[in-house]
Design a protein around this ligand. Structure first.
Ligand SMILES: Cc1ncc(COP(=O)(O)O)c(C=O)c1O
Length: 450
């Protein structure tokens, strides 16, 4: 096995430190960074910093580069587009790549009905648009979201987002007519329930909440991440998603699947909801869709997407031609059996390594996720499951110091998440997993708990 991580200085090295000092001086304090890596270039699953260190990337810019850094066909398409035009505005002119991308998404997203697609720039914008369209279509105000949800940082999406302390504290007041229901979290279920009993209980609570929180006749949309992202990669049980579908069908509510983090092939299907067989009405996509360029998409039933009046949706940057051609090339490669199969293999390698570590280290409470969207959750005690945020932070800090880029997740910030580019090799993956295993061992020794 060759070494893919090559360190020639500490991280951050001297040149990085200069940039970090500039960052602290010029950027707002609230704008966080999970690592002190200062980037020079990136390719595939590798990142080079300004001090000449070669690092492995298990974060992928928060799941932005499923196809790897700078995929050749994507870079070529971007360069080609730059030589034609950068922006004439989809609200002003028409260009064929916008339609090509929309047609692609209309075709490959689940649902055997006529669909239409609107493009935007970020995940938050996609969610904003999806909710606005659902409200317009149903002529109802209320939106149901879930505990642990993350839908973005604009005012409406922040209102839909959970984890108050980190994301919402100080920014209120929030949008009205938002109702938050309990989302199943098997690892943190009450001990006296079996898994099946607990899921049934969560399903019963949906019915109760539709009496106690909001009446279904007032509800425009239910928005759910089929695999919760920021909450700590929590796959929603098939039965629960089926319940949401049946509530939507019964009451004429729009089912919005937020696939911003779990979509674009990350879980072994193009969209994560495909694992359940449940068909949403509208899906929101972003992140890896354009291999890192700012692009999001809202794809849904044509009758819903067509509901707002002429001029009611859109935006200056909607469907930037550069991002659109990047997305077309990205999706061509992601939505192939080979790529999706590789996603499953990458996920299997990570989960088998993490599960082996769980056997050895009692600080690991849970290993979970779907496909190559996985987390490891650290706890102070396996019985009490008290979250150990400090442990997760120490794993990240020490791993980065050894050349492995990692980020956290979880309602309690006690999870480390795995979102490596799917083009990563087995060798690279195992080298990164070795780093994590050694780091956990070392932290336990430092804590006097080998
Ligand atoms: C599920 C989900 N929805 C929406 C968003 C918001 O996306 P953006 O940061 O591009 O606005 C995110 C971002 O992480 C997300 O994970």
């Amino acid at each position: 096995m060759s070494n893919h991580i090559k360190l020639i200085s500490e991280i951050p090295g001297p040149k990085s430190k200069i940039q970090l000092a500039r960052r602290a001086e010029a950027l707002p304090a609230g704008f966080a960074k999970s690592t002190e890596v200062v980037v020079e270039k990136a390719e595939g699953a590798l990142v080079w910093d300004v001090d000449g260190n070669q690092l492995l990337d298990f974060a992928g810019g928060i799941g932005m580069v499923n196809l790897g850094h700078r995929p050749k066909a994507v870079v070529a398409a971007i360069k080609n587009q730059l030589d034609k035009y950068i922006h004439t505005g989809a609200l002003v002119t028409t260009f064929d790549s916008y339609m090509e991308l929309a047609e692609m998404l209309n075709k490959i997203t689940p649902g055997n009905y006529k669909k239409k697609t609107l493009l935007a720039n970020s995940g938050s914008e996609a969610v904003e648009n999806a909710v606005a369209i659902a409200r317009y279509y149903t002529k109802r105000p209320a939106v149901i979201c879930f505990e642990g949800a993350y839908h973005g940082r604009t005012m409406l999406t922040l209102s839909l987002t959970s984890k108050y302390g980190l994301f919402k504290k100080g920014f209120g007041s929030y949008a009205q007519d938002i109702y938050r229901f309990h989302a199943p979290h098997i690892y943190r279920k009450p001990d006296n329930f079996s898994e099946t009993e607990y899921i049934d209980f969560c399903i019963e609570r949906v019915d109760q909440n539709l009496i106690s929180h909001v009446d279904p006749s007032a509800v425009a949309a239910i928005i759910i991440e089929p695999v919760q992202g920021e909450a700590g990669f929590i796959p929603m049980p098939k039965k629960f998603l089926e319940k949401i579908r049946s509530v939507c069908d019964e009451h004429g509510i729009v089912f919005i699947a937020d696939e911003v983090q779990a979509g674009a092939g990350r879980t072994g299907k193009f969209l994560s909801i495909e694992h359940s067989g449940v068909i949403p009405d509208i899906v929101t996509m972003a992140k890896s869709l354009a291999s890192g360029l700012p692009l999001s998409a809202i794809t849904g039933k044509a009758e819903m997407m067509d509901a707002p009046h002429l001029g009611g949706v859109g935006g200056t940057y909607s469907g930037s031609p550069i991002a659109v051609v990047a997305a077309i090339e990205t999706i061509k490669q992601i939505n192939t059996p080979e790529f999706l199969e590789r996603t499953v293999q990458v996920g299997n390698i990570i989960s088998s390594r993490l599960n082996a570590m769980k056997e050895k280290f009692s600080c690991i409470g849970d290993v979970r996720g779907l496909g190559a969207m996985l987390v490891v959750e650290f706890v102070k005690d396996r019985n009490t499951k008290i979250p150990d945020m400090e442990f997760a932070m120490a794993v990240i800090k020490k791993s980065v110091a050894r050349g492995l880029i990692l980020i956290r997740a979880g309602l309690y910030s006690n999870c480390v998440r795995f979102l490596p580019p799917i083009v990563i090799t087995d060798d690279q993956l195992n080298e990164g997993m070795d780093v994590i295993e050694n780091v956990i061992q070392e932290i336990l020794q430092e804590r006097g708990n080998p």
